[in-house]
Ligand binder design. Structure first.
Ligand code: HDE
Length: 724
């Protein structure tokens, strides 16, 4: 025994000196880390020329440096996500406001002093990884909490409901929604026959269709978008009591949308619009924030909601169960490497921590299986949890071993449990400890493929959503349905959709149907179709204010982008105070002209130009200022792109401010004019007309900042007639 010990001690010494040598080698390698090497560490002497038989001869196969480089390049891509492929991510942290101990033992929800690191990935559902950000779509809002009890993933969405009720319909939905398989079109759009064919035969999708046709589907920014856990989950407290819970993310910047025409134009002008917006906000220190909200349903009270809490096509109206705000999420660091982090992050609704459990929502149940399957195929096997972005921050031990790309070097001979050879204490199971325990639930019924009749109400919450919208939001929903259905070639599919919509609201259905070249909506025809179920449980509410975006107006202008149009002869004094006040309120003012460089001011100085009309058109801004200066206005009036800029901003209901002679530009465009073509005192909503005196005394700053904070002035009436 003694001999063995000595031997072990000796070999430990040897091991130490070997480790020291390795360490020295690694340090010397770090010192020369600015030198280009192969993957094996071999220093490369020429990275511009392959090895050839003579300077003009054929390339030699023995050039292992060239072959390694090309081979690695050829394997650079991994399969993109089948859905939610286009994503943007950021690091940050989460901090609870108070202990949630009465409801859950989840460690990261106990102590307001504890920050939990997170990585968040936002995504569009439909398009491929290279598609545009601003397409009409539900957006993924997936949060990985790196807690001390393991990784917890809240893999949510920008909408609180989903298209289908059962996981078995998900592949059909996605196949219908993705580009049609014969022609591969259209990219990132539901405006095509297969989607509406499916949707019109699945009336359970109606509530989600209302959301996707609303302005929620075209957010101004990820930073101005709500998030939802969609399904009911369970909180479990130390006493083992379970409460159903629904999760919400509420953005601190308010909830704001683009105009649909604008969203489509941005998709061409800057497909990275949302990604850039998130990146730039974080780089400039304007860290996006959301509050985590929960709707907790008192034990046993779920039966009183009026619908089935397990049905993912239903939301719980906030007036029925208020949202409690329990913590804050802050995103404060951009990824260092898009691929390593945003692309390789692997979410899974089945990544839980003690104190949180699933419900029996049949859509959620299917997700628990699907995600790890996807990760194994996308990320090359079973060891994707070892990729740095997916690693837990708490210790991770088990006896799972080997497999492709294994990183961990398990030591010793023991790879099983229970054991005595590893001293019997390694990685043991401690039943009494605070590990994960499923919430006990009695399941004592016979197997069945059916669906509970409590899932059969497909329309009442769609009606509630419609009734709750402002007039402008209703107009936008009608326009979106018309747009999508106008792209549907089969007349009978268009008809089926409006027949279903007649069960939401007859007026909505008739307005949608009007320009589609089809018959009037027929609720009876819909009701006769296969799959139609409408055991309507009357809404407890006629309206739910939290469902309209108009009830969440902005209160400030932080990070809003304001264009200041400039040409030779501009009077900087007419706008200086306004620009300073906007900047100190957190807005970003940029000068825009027909060319880069600078313009000559009325006083003979140079004013730098940040952007051109061509590269940064009005859709890249939230608001516009036209400063004073007669020659400058004259010049702008002669530039088609400047006139278009203002006209388009007007059409998209953006706040616009004209100072001094700037108003002549408005007049030339026909805005702010009375019957006799005089400039009127109360121009359209969101239009501020002023002279420099009012700018200097700060009145204009006050009015314009208030107009910008409201974001868009959707009540502007005549925008359809604007030729932009
Ligand atoms: Fe997903 N979903 N999903 N999902 N999902 C994926 O997992 C799936 C569902 C959601 O940024 C995939 O890693 C099935 C609802 C988001 O990486 C895949 C079902 C909601 C993300 C998958 C659903 C979501 C995904 C694709 C029905 C709204 C992106 C790549 C049973 C709450 C996460 C991947 C990220 C990703 C399957 C339903 C949200 C294929 C089978 C409902 C935000 O595994």
């Amino acid at each position: 025994m003694l001999t063995t010990k000595r031997k072990v001690a000796g070999s430990a010494k040897n091991n130490d000196s070997a480790k020291n040598k390795l360490h020295q080698l690694e340090s010397s390698r770090e010192e020369s880390s600015n030198l280009l090497t192969t993957n094996q560490g071999l220093q490369i002497t020429d990275n511009h020329n392959s090895l050839k038989a003579g300077p003009r001869g054929p390339t030699l196969m023995e050039d292992f440096i060239l072959r390694e480089k090309l081979a690695h390049f050829a394997h650079e891509r991994i399969p993109e996500r089948a859905v939610y492929a286009r994503g943007s991510g950021a690091h940050g942290f989460f901090k609870p406001y108070k202990s949630m101990a009465p409801y859950t033992t989840a460690g990261f929800l106990q102590d307001p002093g504890v920050e939990t690191p997170v990585f968040v990935r936002f995504s569009t559902t439909t398009g491929q990884a290279g598609s545009a950000d601003t397409v009409r779509d539900a957006r993924g809002f997936a949060v990985k909490f790196y807690t001390q009890e393991g990784n917890y993933d809240l893999v949510g969405c920008s909408m609180p409901v989903f298209f289908v009720q059962d996981a078995i319909k998900f592949p059909d939905l996605m196949h219908a929604l993705k580009p049609e398989p014969n022609c591969g079109m259209p990219q990132a759009s539901t405006g095509h026959d297969t989607f509406w064919d499916f949707a019109s035969l699945m009336p359970e999708s109606t509530h989600m269709l209302m959301w996707t046709m609303s302005d929620r589907a075209i957010p101004r920014s990820f930073r101005m978008m709500e998030g939802f856990g969609v399904h009911a989950f369970k909180f479990i407290n130390a006493g083992g009591d379970a409460h159903f819970v629904k999760f919400h993310w509420k953005p601190k910047l308010g909830v704001h949308a683009l105009a649909w025409d604008e969203a489509q134009k941005i998709a061409g002008k800057d497909p990275d619009f949302h990604r850039r917006d998130l990146w730039e906000a974080i780089e400039s220190g304007h860290f996006p924030e959301w509050e985590l909200g929960v709707q907790i349903i008192d034990a046993g009270k779920e039966g009183e909601l009026g619908f089935d809490i397990l049905d993912p096509t239903k939301l719980i109206p906030e007036s029925q169960v208020p949202v409690q705000l329990i913590g804050r999420l802050t995103l404060n660091r951009n990824p260092d490497n898009f691929f390593a982090e945003t692309e390789q992050i692997a979410f899974n609704p089945g990544h839980l921590v003690p104190g949180i459990d699933f419900s029996n929502d049949p859509l959620l149940q299917g997700r628990l299986f699907a995600y790890s399957e996807t990760q194994r195929s996308r990320l090359g096997g079973a060891n994707f949890h070892e990729i740095p972005i997916n690693r837990s921050v708490c210790p991770m031990h088990n006896f799972q071993r080997d497999g492709t790309h294994r990183q961990t070097i398990l030591k010793g001979r023991v790879a099983y449990e229970p054991n005595t050879l590893g001293n019997g204490s390694e990685f043991r199971i401690d039943g009494a400890a605070q590990g994960f325990k499923e919430s006990p639930e009695v399941t004592d019924s016979s197997k069945s493929r059916g669906r509970s009749p409590s899932f059969d109400d497909h329309f009442s919450q769609a009606t509630l959503f419609w009734n709750s919208q402002s007039n402008a939001e209703k107009d936008h929903i009608v326009a979106a349905f018309r747009f999508e259905l106008s792209r549907v070639e089969q007349v009978n599919i268009r008809q089926r959709v409006v027949d279903n919509l007649a069960h939401v609201d007859m007026k909505l259905a008739s307005r949608v149907a009007a320009p589609l070249g089809i018959g009037t909506p027929d609720p009876k025809a819909a009701a006769g179709r296969l799959g139609f179920r409408d055991h309507r449980i009357a809404n407890k509410l006629d309206e739910e204010p939290s469902l309209r975006m108009a009830s969440k107006p902005g209160t400030h202008v932080k990070t809003r982008r304001v264009a200041v149009l400039v040409a030779d002869g501009v009077e900087p004094a007419s706008v200086k105070r306004l620009m300073l006040d906007l900047a100190s309120a957190g807005a970003v003012c940029k000068t825009v002209s027909h060319q880069l460089g600078s313009v000559s001011t009325a006083g003979g100085r140079q004013m730098p130009v940040d952007h051109t009309f061509c590269t940064m058109p009005s859709v890249m801004f939230d608001a516009v200022i036209v400063p004073g200066g007669a020659p400058h206005i004259e010049a702008l009036r002669g530039m088609g792109s400047a006139m278009h800029f203002v006209m388009e901003a007007y059409k998209h209901c953006k706040p616009i401010c004209a100072i001094n002679e700037g108003v002549e530009l408005f007049a030339a465009l026909g805005f702010a004019l009375g019957k006799n073509l005089e400039v009127v005192a109360t121009p359209a909503a969101g239009m501020v007309i002023a002279d420099s005196r009012k700018v200097i005394d700060g009145q204009v700053s006050q009015d314009f900042i208030a107009a910008v904070a409201l974001h868009r002035h959707w009540e502007r009436l005549d925008v359809e007639g604007i030729a932009a």
